[in-house]
Design a protein around this ligand. Structure first.
Ligand SMILES: CCCCCCCCCC(=O)SCCNC(=O)CCNC(=O)[C@H](O)C(C)(C)COP(=O)(O)OP(=O)(O)OC[C@H]1O[C@@H](n2cnc3c(N)ncnc32)[C@H](O)[C@@H]1OP(=O)(O)O
Length: 169
């Protein structure tokens, strides 16, 4: 799995909660590569409500987690979330166009240290740090479900260190 020629990132799989177009309960993220970052716009609605008019914090965390899944595609690394930390800086308002940005701060063997932000125009709504751990195909065999064909190459072991990337390059 890799970004398309136009920079858009294909869904992890059609029913992915974050980006799968066939998941009626999903967030429907459309992600794309912008230099060394991954970006996506997100408009949340009443299905995602916590306090009246505000998005549920777990939904915000889910969006950032799946955005990091887009960073994995950009990097060509298959990995899973080991740790996700979110600082909520301002309420995420339903009906507003929110912008997600994610990038890889550094890698260390199997460990990928990812960072992301959620903005509403100029307002920082949330920022996240995550530790992802690279995995191979055996990790996903435990579910017994059929893996998407395009994951085969993605799930090949990757030993090489990734170059450091910064959000502003
Ligand atoms: C690829 C497809 C992705 C598509 C969708 C993307 C959507 C977004 C991503 C997700 O939501 S993934 C779903 C949520 N995550 C999981 O289900 C992962 C569940 N956890 C595991 O399966 C295992 O704990 C894990 C694979 C993460 C690690 O197990 P391992 O047995 O492979 O590794 P190990 O426990 O030996 O840890 C490897 C290193 O990472 C470190 N580590 C692991 N978990 C950690 C943690 N939570 N905090 C800090 N360090 C951690 C660990 O200390 C160690 O460091 P050292 O090598 O320095 O000793």
């Amino acid at each position: 799995m890799k970004p398309r020629a136009d920079g858009s990132i294909p869904p992890h799989q059609p029913n992915c909660f974050g980006c799968g177009p066939e998941n009626a309960a999903g967030l429907g993220l459309n992600m794309h590569v912008d230099r060394s970052r991954v970006r996506a716009d997100l408009v949340l609605d009443h299905r995602h409500e916590g306090a009246p008019g505000f998005a549920h914090g777990g939904v915000v965390a889910s969006a950032l987690d799946d955005l990091f899944g887009g960073v994995l595609v950009m990097l060509g690394r298959a990995a899973v979330t080991a740790n996700l930390s979110v600082d909520y800086r301002a309420p995420a308002l339903l009906g507003h166009r929110l912008r997600l940005t994610g990038w890889c701060a550094r890698s260390d063997g199997r460990k990928l240290h990812l960072q992301g932000e959620l903005h509403d125009a100029e307002t920082l709504v949330a920022e996240a740090r995550a530790l992802f751990i690279s995995v191979d195909g055996d990790h996903f065999q435990r579910s017994g479900a059929t893996m998407p064909e395009e994951w085969n190459r993605w799930l090949a072991p990757v030993e090489a260190e990734l170059p450091p990337s910064k959000p502003d390059i």
